[in-house]
Ligand binder design. Structure first.
Ligand SMILES: NC(=O)c1ccc[n+]([C@@H]2O[C@H](COP(=O)([O-])OP(=O)(O)OC[C@H]3O[C@@H](n4cnc5c(N)ncnc54)[C@H](OP(=O)(O)O)[C@@H]3O)[C@@H](O)[C@H]2O)c1
Length: 299
Protein backbone atom coordinates (compact mmCIF):
# COMPACT_ATOMS: atom_id res chain seq x y z
CA UNK A 1 0.00 0.00 0.00
CA UNK A 2 1.28 3.43 -0.84
CA UNK A 3 -1.24 5.79 0.73
CA UNK A 4 -4.62 5.42 2.43
CA UNK A 5 -7.42 7.99 2.09
CA UNK A 6 -9.45 7.96 5.32
CA UNK A 7 -12.94 9.48 5.59
CA UNK A 8 -14.52 9.78 9.05
CA UNK A 9 -11.00 9.64 10.45
CA UNK A 10 -11.57 11.75 13.59
CA UNK A 11 -13.83 9.07 15.12
CA UNK A 12 -12.90 6.24 17.45
CA UNK A 13 -12.04 3.68 14.79
CA UNK A 14 -10.48 6.23 12.45
CA UNK A 15 -8.10 7.50 15.12
CA UNK A 16 -7.05 3.94 15.99
CA UNK A 17 -6.48 3.07 12.32
CA UNK A 18 -4.45 6.19 11.77
CA UNK A 19 -2.19 5.32 14.71
CA UNK A 20 -1.91 1.72 13.48
CA UNK A 21 -0.93 2.66 9.94
CA UNK A 22 1.31 5.63 10.61
CA UNK A 23 3.08 3.57 13.30
CA UNK A 24 3.76 0.93 10.64
CA UNK A 25 4.98 3.43 8.03
CA UNK A 26 1.83 3.66 5.86
CA UNK A 27 0.89 7.20 4.93
CA UNK A 28 -2.68 8.29 5.74
CA UNK A 29 -4.46 11.18 4.03
CA UNK A 30 -7.48 12.35 6.02
CA UNK A 31 -10.57 13.73 4.31
CA UNK A 32 -11.70 16.58 6.58
CA UNK A 33 -15.04 18.43 6.61
CA UNK A 34 -13.37 21.81 7.21
CA UNK A 35 -10.57 23.68 5.47
CA UNK A 36 -7.50 21.44 5.38
CA UNK A 37 -5.10 22.74 8.02
CA UNK A 38 -2.28 20.23 8.25
CA UNK A 39 -0.18 18.23 5.84
CA UNK A 40 -1.94 14.97 5.06
CA UNK A 41 -5.41 16.56 5.05
CA UNK A 42 -7.70 17.06 2.05
CA UNK A 43 -10.97 18.95 2.41
CA UNK A 44 -14.23 17.37 1.28
CA UNK A 45 -17.89 18.24 1.65
CA UNK A 46 -19.88 15.03 1.80
CA UNK A 47 -23.24 16.80 2.18
CA UNK A 48 -22.61 18.71 -1.07
CA UNK A 49 -21.12 15.68 -2.82
CA UNK A 50 -17.73 17.38 -3.22
CA UNK A 51 -14.60 15.19 -3.24
CA UNK A 52 -11.35 16.43 -4.77
CA UNK A 53 -10.39 13.21 -6.56
CA UNK A 54 -7.37 14.81 -8.23
CA UNK A 55 -5.77 15.48 -4.82
CA UNK A 56 -6.34 11.85 -3.84
CA UNK A 57 -5.12 10.28 -7.07
CA UNK A 58 -2.09 8.67 -5.44
CA UNK A 59 -4.13 7.00 -2.67
CA UNK A 60 -4.51 3.34 -3.56
CA UNK A 61 -6.73 2.51 -0.58
CA UNK A 62 -9.94 4.28 0.51
CA UNK A 63 -11.45 3.66 3.95
CA UNK A 64 -14.81 5.28 4.70
CA UNK A 65 -16.09 5.38 8.28
CA UNK A 66 -18.09 8.61 8.02
CA UNK A 67 -21.47 9.02 9.65
CA UNK A 68 -23.23 10.59 12.62
CA UNK A 69 -22.85 8.50 15.78
CA UNK A 70 -25.53 5.78 15.90
CA UNK A 71 -25.76 5.86 19.71
CA UNK A 72 -25.46 9.65 19.96
CA UNK A 73 -29.07 10.19 21.08
CA UNK A 74 -32.64 8.87 20.87
CA UNK A 75 -33.75 8.08 17.36
CA UNK A 76 -36.18 10.91 16.73
CA UNK A 77 -37.33 11.36 13.12
CA UNK A 78 -34.74 14.14 12.74
CA UNK A 79 -31.96 12.04 14.26
CA UNK A 80 -32.77 9.13 11.95
CA UNK A 81 -32.61 11.46 8.97
CA UNK A 82 -29.15 12.63 10.10
CA UNK A 83 -27.92 9.06 10.65
CA UNK A 84 -29.05 8.06 7.15
CA UNK A 85 -28.07 11.17 5.22
CA UNK A 86 -24.63 11.48 6.78
CA UNK A 87 -23.79 7.95 5.63
CA UNK A 88 -25.56 7.87 2.28
CA UNK A 89 -24.34 11.30 1.15
CA UNK A 90 -20.73 10.60 2.14
CA UNK A 91 -20.72 7.16 0.51
CA UNK A 92 -22.46 8.37 -2.66
CA UNK A 93 -20.00 11.27 -2.97
CA UNK A 94 -17.06 8.88 -2.69
CA UNK A 95 -18.65 6.43 -5.13
CA UNK A 96 -19.12 9.17 -7.72
CA UNK A 97 -15.54 10.38 -7.28
CA UNK A 98 -14.08 6.90 -7.56
CA UNK A 99 -16.28 5.79 -10.47
CA UNK A 100 -16.05 8.89 -12.58
CA UNK A 101 -12.87 10.85 -11.99
CA UNK A 102 -9.09 10.74 -12.05
CA UNK A 103 -8.94 8.73 -8.83
CA UNK A 104 -9.25 4.95 -9.01
CA UNK A 105 -8.09 3.30 -5.73
CA UNK A 106 -7.34 -0.41 -5.82
CA UNK A 107 -9.64 -1.09 -2.89
CA UNK A 108 -12.40 0.69 -1.01
CA UNK A 109 -13.26 -0.51 2.48
CA UNK A 110 -16.61 0.87 3.54
CA UNK A 111 -17.95 0.55 7.08
CA UNK A 112 -21.27 -1.16 7.66
CA UNK A 113 -22.53 -3.04 10.72
CA UNK A 114 -23.90 -6.42 11.78
CA UNK A 115 -27.08 -4.39 12.28
CA UNK A 116 -27.53 -5.27 8.58
CA UNK A 117 -28.95 -8.63 9.74
CA UNK A 118 -31.62 -7.06 11.99
CA UNK A 119 -32.81 -8.91 15.10
CA UNK A 120 -31.97 -12.46 13.98
CA UNK A 121 -32.43 -14.54 17.12
CA UNK A 122 -30.45 -17.78 17.20
CA UNK A 123 -29.55 -17.83 13.48
CA UNK A 124 -25.82 -18.06 12.82
CA UNK A 125 -25.08 -15.15 10.49
CA UNK A 126 -22.36 -15.46 7.91
CA UNK A 127 -22.02 -12.96 5.08
CA UNK A 128 -24.64 -14.78 2.99
CA UNK A 129 -27.41 -14.28 5.56
CA UNK A 130 -30.16 -11.99 4.26
CA UNK A 131 -30.67 -8.38 5.20
CA UNK A 132 -33.00 -8.05 8.20
CA UNK A 133 -35.72 -5.53 8.88
CA UNK A 134 -35.83 -2.35 10.96
CA UNK A 135 -34.24 1.07 10.73
CA UNK A 136 -30.63 -0.07 11.17
CA UNK A 137 -30.88 -3.01 8.77
CA UNK A 138 -32.43 -0.80 6.09
CA UNK A 139 -29.79 1.87 6.67
CA UNK A 140 -26.95 -0.66 6.43
CA UNK A 141 -28.39 -2.16 3.24
CA UNK A 142 -28.71 1.26 1.60
CA UNK A 143 -25.27 2.30 2.87
CA UNK A 144 -23.72 -0.81 1.34
CA UNK A 145 -25.59 -0.36 -1.96
CA UNK A 146 -24.28 3.22 -2.23
CA UNK A 147 -20.81 1.77 -2.95
CA UNK A 148 -22.07 -0.10 -6.05
CA UNK A 149 -21.08 2.51 -8.70
CA UNK A 150 -17.43 2.06 -7.67
CA UNK A 151 -17.73 -1.70 -7.92
CA UNK A 152 -19.31 -1.36 -11.36
CA UNK A 153 -16.30 0.76 -12.36
CA UNK A 154 -13.97 -2.10 -11.42
CA UNK A 155 -12.86 -1.10 -7.92
CA UNK A 156 -12.57 -3.91 -5.36
CA UNK A 157 -15.06 -2.96 -2.63
CA UNK A 158 -15.14 -4.53 0.84
CA UNK A 159 -18.28 -3.87 2.88
CA UNK A 160 -17.10 -4.40 6.41
CA UNK A 161 -19.98 -5.40 8.71
CA UNK A 162 -18.64 -4.41 12.10
CA UNK A 163 -19.68 -5.93 15.39
CA UNK A 164 -19.47 -3.91 18.62
CA UNK A 165 -15.92 -2.58 18.72
CA UNK A 166 -14.42 -3.01 22.19
CA UNK A 167 -12.39 -0.13 23.52
CA UNK A 168 -12.47 1.49 26.92
CA UNK A 169 -12.32 5.05 25.61
CA UNK A 170 -15.45 5.05 23.46
CA UNK A 171 -18.43 3.22 22.03
CA UNK A 172 -20.58 0.70 23.88
CA UNK A 173 -17.92 -0.45 26.36
CA UNK A 174 -17.21 3.11 27.55
CA UNK A 175 -20.94 3.48 28.33
CA UNK A 176 -21.04 0.18 30.25
CA UNK A 177 -17.87 0.62 32.33
CA UNK A 178 -19.15 3.16 34.88
CA UNK A 179 -22.30 1.10 35.44
CA UNK A 180 -20.37 -2.14 35.96
CA UNK A 181 -17.68 -0.45 38.06
CA UNK A 182 -20.42 0.90 40.32
CA UNK A 183 -21.59 -2.69 40.81
CA UNK A 184 -24.98 -2.08 39.19
CA UNK A 185 -24.31 -3.76 35.83
CA UNK A 186 -25.86 -6.96 34.57
CA UNK A 187 -27.69 -8.59 31.68
CA UNK A 188 -30.07 -6.58 29.53
CA UNK A 189 -33.55 -7.89 28.79
CA UNK A 190 -33.60 -11.69 29.12
CA UNK A 191 -29.84 -11.72 28.42
CA UNK A 192 -30.21 -14.42 25.74
CA UNK A 193 -29.68 -12.10 22.75
CA UNK A 194 -26.38 -12.60 20.93
CA UNK A 195 -23.71 -9.93 20.80
CA UNK A 196 -21.07 -9.89 18.08
CA UNK A 197 -17.94 -8.07 19.11
CA UNK A 198 -14.36 -7.36 18.01
CA UNK A 199 -11.39 -5.87 19.84
CA UNK A 200 -10.27 -2.49 18.53
CA UNK A 201 -6.72 -3.58 17.74
CA UNK A 202 -8.00 -6.75 16.08
CA UNK A 203 -10.26 -4.60 13.93
CA UNK A 204 -7.24 -2.55 12.79
CA UNK A 205 -5.54 -5.80 11.72
CA UNK A 206 -8.71 -6.86 9.90
CA UNK A 207 -8.89 -3.59 7.96
CA UNK A 208 -5.21 -3.82 7.07
CA UNK A 209 -5.63 -7.45 5.96
CA UNK A 210 -8.63 -6.86 3.71
CA UNK A 211 -6.87 -3.83 2.22
CA UNK A 212 -3.80 -5.85 1.25
CA UNK A 213 -5.37 -9.18 0.30
CA UNK A 214 -7.33 -9.03 -2.95
CA UNK A 215 -9.19 -12.26 -2.18
CA UNK A 216 -11.52 -10.12 -0.05
CA UNK A 217 -14.38 -8.36 -1.79
CA UNK A 218 -18.05 -7.78 -1.00
CA UNK A 219 -19.42 -8.30 2.49
CA UNK A 220 -16.99 -9.26 5.28
CA UNK A 221 -18.14 -9.72 8.87
CA UNK A 222 -15.63 -7.95 11.13
CA UNK A 223 -16.40 -9.88 14.30
CA UNK A 224 -14.55 -12.29 16.57
CA UNK A 225 -15.31 -15.99 15.95
CA UNK A 226 -17.04 -16.28 19.34
CA UNK A 227 -20.20 -14.17 19.62
CA UNK A 228 -21.62 -14.33 23.15
CA UNK A 229 -25.03 -13.98 24.71
CA UNK A 230 -25.65 -10.66 26.43
CA UNK A 231 -25.70 -12.37 29.85
CA UNK A 232 -22.32 -13.98 29.18
CA UNK A 233 -20.89 -10.64 28.12
CA UNK A 234 -22.09 -9.15 31.42
CA UNK A 235 -20.61 -12.07 33.37
CA UNK A 236 -17.21 -11.84 31.67
CA UNK A 237 -17.05 -8.05 32.04
CA UNK A 238 -17.91 -8.31 35.74
CA UNK A 239 -15.22 -10.98 36.21
CA UNK A 240 -12.62 -8.81 34.50
CA UNK A 241 -13.63 -5.80 36.63
CA UNK A 242 -14.06 -7.93 39.78
CA UNK A 243 -17.47 -6.42 40.37
CA UNK A 244 -20.86 -8.14 40.67
CA UNK A 245 -23.19 -8.22 37.63
CA UNK A 246 -26.52 -9.01 39.18
CA UNK A 247 -28.67 -5.99 38.34
CA UNK A 248 -30.74 -6.97 35.33
CA UNK A 249 -32.02 -4.13 33.12
CA UNK A 250 -35.50 -5.22 32.00
CA UNK A 251 -36.36 -4.80 28.33
CA UNK A 252 -39.19 -2.40 29.15
CA UNK A 253 -36.76 -0.11 31.02
CA UNK A 254 -34.32 -0.12 28.10
CA UNK A 255 -37.21 0.59 25.75
CA UNK A 256 -38.39 3.44 27.97
CA UNK A 257 -34.90 4.95 28.26
CA UNK A 258 -33.65 4.48 24.69
CA UNK A 259 -36.70 3.68 22.56
CA UNK A 260 -36.00 2.26 19.11
CA UNK A 261 -32.23 2.76 19.55
CA UNK A 262 -32.31 0.35 22.51
CA UNK A 263 -34.56 -2.18 20.79
CA UNK A 264 -32.36 -2.32 17.67
CA UNK A 265 -28.98 -2.34 19.45
CA UNK A 266 -28.66 -3.74 22.98
CA UNK A 267 -31.87 -5.79 22.82
CA UNK A 268 -31.39 -7.12 19.27
CA UNK A 269 -29.72 -10.50 18.69
CA UNK A 270 -26.93 -10.87 16.11
CA UNK A 271 -24.96 -14.10 16.16
CA UNK A 272 -22.49 -13.16 13.41
CA UNK A 273 -19.45 -15.22 12.46
CA UNK A 274 -16.41 -14.14 10.39
CA UNK A 275 -16.74 -16.75 7.64
CA UNK A 276 -14.79 -14.80 5.01
CA UNK A 277 -11.93 -13.92 7.38
CA UNK A 278 -11.61 -17.51 8.60
CA UNK A 279 -11.84 -18.89 5.05
CA UNK A 280 -8.83 -16.80 4.07
CA UNK A 281 -6.82 -17.74 7.14
CA UNK A 282 -7.12 -14.59 9.26
CA UNK A 283 -5.31 -15.25 12.49
CA UNK A 284 -7.61 -14.15 15.32
CA UNK A 285 -5.97 -13.41 18.66
CA UNK A 286 -6.52 -16.26 21.15
CA UNK A 287 -8.33 -15.83 24.44
CA UNK A 288 -11.81 -14.81 23.32
CA UNK A 289 -13.86 -12.09 24.96
CA UNK A 290 -12.11 -12.12 28.33
CA UNK A 291 -8.74 -11.49 26.80
CA UNK A 292 -10.13 -8.78 24.46
CA UNK A 293 -11.75 -6.99 27.41
CA UNK A 294 -8.56 -7.18 29.45
CA UNK A 295 -6.64 -5.71 26.50
CA UNK A 296 -9.23 -2.95 26.06
CA UNK A 297 -8.99 -2.02 29.75
CA UNK A 298 -5.22 -1.69 29.69
CA UNK A 299 -5.16 0.66 26.66
N1 LIG B 1 -17.68 1.59 16.97
C1 LIG B 1 -18.50 0.56 16.77
O1 LIG B 1 -18.71 -0.29 17.68
C2 LIG B 1 -19.17 0.36 15.42
C3 LIG B 1 -19.95 -0.79 15.22
C4 LIG B 1 -20.59 -0.95 13.99
C5 LIG B 1 -20.44 0.01 12.99
N2 LIG B 1 -19.67 1.11 13.22
C6 LIG B 1 -19.57 2.12 12.14
O2 LIG B 1 -18.22 2.38 11.84
C7 LIG B 1 -18.04 3.76 11.55
C8 LIG B 1 -16.93 4.32 12.44
O3 LIG B 1 -17.27 4.08 13.80
P1 LIG B 1 -16.70 4.98 14.99
O4 LIG B 1 -17.04 4.28 16.24
O5 LIG B 1 -15.29 5.39 14.71
O6 LIG B 1 -17.68 6.25 14.83
P2 LIG B 1 -17.52 7.74 15.38
O7 LIG B 1 -16.51 7.79 16.49
O8 LIG B 1 -18.91 8.24 15.64
O9 LIG B 1 -16.88 8.51 14.11
C9 LIG B 1 -17.56 8.69 12.92
C10 LIG B 1 -16.92 9.84 12.17
O10 LIG B 1 -17.78 10.18 11.07
C11 LIG B 1 -17.62 11.54 10.77
N3 LIG B 1 -18.94 12.21 10.79
C12 LIG B 1 -19.69 12.56 11.89
N4 LIG B 1 -20.79 13.21 11.49
C13 LIG B 1 -20.75 13.25 10.13
C14 LIG B 1 -21.61 13.80 9.14
N5 LIG B 1 -22.74 14.45 9.47
N6 LIG B 1 -21.26 13.67 7.83
C15 LIG B 1 -20.13 13.03 7.49
N7 LIG B 1 -19.26 12.51 8.37
C16 LIG B 1 -19.58 12.61 9.68
C17 LIG B 1 -16.71 12.16 11.81
O11 LIG B 1 -15.38 12.19 11.29
P3 LIG B 1 -14.74 13.53 10.64
O12 LIG B 1 -15.03 14.64 11.60
O13 LIG B 1 -13.28 13.19 10.51
O14 LIG B 1 -15.42 13.74 9.31
C18 LIG B 1 -16.78 11.15 12.94
O15 LIG B 1 -15.64 11.20 13.75
C19 LIG B 1 -19.38 4.46 11.82
O16 LIG B 1 -20.02 4.77 10.61
C20 LIG B 1 -20.15 3.45 12.62
O17 LIG B 1 -21.55 3.50 12.37
C21 LIG B 1 -19.05 1.31 14.41
Amino acid sequence: MRRVALAGGSGRIGAALQRYWTGGGTEVVRLVRRPAGAPGEVEWDPAAGRVDGARLADCDVLVNLAGENIAGGRWTAERKRQLRESRLQATSALAAAVAGGPWRPQVWINASAVGYYGDAGETVLDENAPQGSGFLATLCGDWERATRPAEAAGVRVVRLRLGVVLEAGGGALAKLLPVFRAGVGGPVGDGRQWLSWIGRDELCRVVDTVARDDRFSGAVNAVAPEPVRNAEFAAVLSRVLRRPAVVRAPAWAVGAALGELGRETVLASQRAVPRALLAHGFDFAPGGLESALRAALTE
